[in-house]
Write a protein that binds this ligand. Structure first.
Ligand SMILES: Nc1ncnc2c1ncn2[C@@H]1O[C@H](COP(=O)(O)OP(=O)(O)OP(=O)(O)O)[C@@H](O)[C@H]1O
Ligand code: SF4
Ligand SMILES: [Mg+2]
Length: 433
């Protein structure tokens, strides 16, 4: 299904350093006192281009910012920074009135075809709705003719059978075909498909993707294809961008990403794809922990708390120390836990990110007991990447100070010496020049 778009042609979509931050409301008191209540950095500095006729997959776990990025392209959320250009024309920061004419050229398909269709509207009206909103068709006959053409294209035939049906009369696959018919009726240039097949039965997923591929070829469409699912992305996309916590951490041709993944997160995602044959199924888990909270992302590389290859500059900090202690204590017997916990004071300060973490000793306990505890911890987990980030553990009058290496946030950089261009944001691939 992959095609070869012309890399020399100007990009259909050019997204540069895009940021979408959502302010957190905080408590009433915090707002009254004018305190900064923080923000969720849903998209935090994303740059990519999409060539005409290309399919770019946006892949990542839940919360990585895929939908927010898609909504930003369609001006459905306010952009905090950066720019979006369509065919060289800046389209970010436009008012709704300025953006309205562009809506014909950009279409969105959601995950849930049922929710996308008004249950009270027959298919004729639902699919013809954009023609009326944009005042394209001059008569009911023209609407009917264009709807019939569109239904035929998506395989809802014989069309007469579908025109008067309601969404509830259609199967999931037929509903998504109707949504596609509505999306293409205005002749869009770019279709953003946000998990378009994930709610469909396995048996119809491939058929709907095949239809999307046919539409792309016949109508010259370009797709931004959002998915959790690297298995379908491989089949459908020319290029893949892997997102993690609001950033693209690897981008390249689908072939290169699958045969030679570089970023440790991409590798973990690929290993987590289940075997097609369940008898060969090996349970692969993503590295420890969940995707962190985008309101308080880890320092440095956001993937570092889960990364098996993480090393000194990756962003080690106080919260990693807290996690380390909590993980240890979860493995101890209650008596062992109580004995250890009794010598450690209040750990709340570790929750504020810092490259210098202070652990207070509990009342009546000496700093040396804490140093001994950390030494024991290190002895029991010498291979844990956390220790690569520790510069020093020093006893103080009232506790222990743990200092971490300075961190650097990895930026996307081209990988050299590869035929297909690939960019990776990881210190393992940092160029030293
Ligand atoms: N309107 C909003 N207000 C506040 N936070 C939001 C809003 N929309 C999204 N977020 C937050 O932004 C982050 C990215 O969310 P987004 O829905 O873009 O992720 P996603 O990759 O599409 O996830 P999923 O795979 O679950 O659909 C999440 O932390 C989410 O909670
Ligand atoms: S920069 Fe690379 S090695 Fe370091 S934590 Fe991130 S992914 Fe792992
Ligand atoms: Mg989403």
């Amino acid at each position: 299904m992959q095609t070869k778009p012309d890399p020399a042609a100007p990009a259909l979509l050019d997204v540069r350093n895009l940021k979408v931050h959502f302010s957190l409301r905080g408590s009433f008191l915090q707002r009254m006192l004018g305190h900064d209540t923080g923000s969720v950095k849903a998209v935090d500095g994303v740059t990519f281009t999409l060539q005409r006729g290309e399919v770019l997959g946006l892949v990542g776990e839940s919360g990585s910012g895929k939908t927010t990025l898609s909504r930003a392209v369609l001006s459905l959320v306010k952009v905090t920074g950066g720019s979006i250009a369509l065919n060289g024309q800046t389209i970010s920061g436009l008012s709704e009135r300025q953006f309205r004419p562009l809506r014909k050229r950009l279409q969105l398909i959601f995950q849930d075809p049922h929710a996308s269709l008004n249950p009270a509207m027959p298919i004729l009206d639902a699919v013809g709705h954009p023609l009326r909103i944009h005042h394209i068709a001059k008569s009911d006959d023209e609407v009917r003719r264009l709807v019939c053409e569109s239904l035929e294209r998506v395989g809802l035939v014989p069309v007469e059978r579908f025109l008067r049906k309601y969404p509830s009369d259609l199967s999931g696959g037929q509903k998504q075909r109707a949504v596609l018919a509505r999306a293409i009726i205005l002749g869009p240039e770019l279709v953003i498909a946000d998990e378009p097949v994930s709610m469909l039965d396995m048996s119809v997923r491939a058929k709907v993707l095949e239809l999307m591929g046919d539409l792309k070829r016949d109508l010259g469409l370009t797709y931004l294809y959002v998915t959790h699912d690297l298995a379908t992305a491989r089949y459908f996309c020319d290029r893949i961008a892997i997102m993690y916590l609001g950033r693209i951490i690897e981008i390249g041709s689908a072939a290169e990403i699958y045969t030679n993944p570089r970023h440790p997160y991409t590798k973990a995602l690929l290993e987590a794809i289940p075997e097609p044959d369940p008898s060969h199924h090996v349970p692969h888990d993503l590295p420890r922990g969940e995707v962190p909270d985008a309101a308080v992302p880890p320092l440095g590389c956001s993937f570092h708390p889960r990364c098996p290859r993480a090393f000194s500059p990756c962003g080690w900090e106080s919260r990693d120390l807290r996690l380390m202690l909590d993980e240890r204590w979860a493995t101890l017997t209650p008596d062992e836990y109580l004995r250890e916990r009794a010598i450690v004071g209040n750990l709340m300060a570790l929750d504020s990110p810092s490259t210098e973490a202070h652990i207070p000793a509990a009342k009546g306990h000496a700093a040396t007991e804490l140093t001994a505890l950390l030494a024991e911890l290190r002895k029991s987990t010498p291979e844990d990447p956390f220790w690569r980030g520790v510069v020093s553990v020093e006893p103080q009058a009232n506790g222990v100070t743990v200092r971490f290496h300075d961190h650097v946030t990895p930026e996307l950089q081209p990988v050299v010496d590869v035929v297909d261009p690939v960019e990776v944001a990881c210190h393992l691939y940092r160029r030293t020049s």
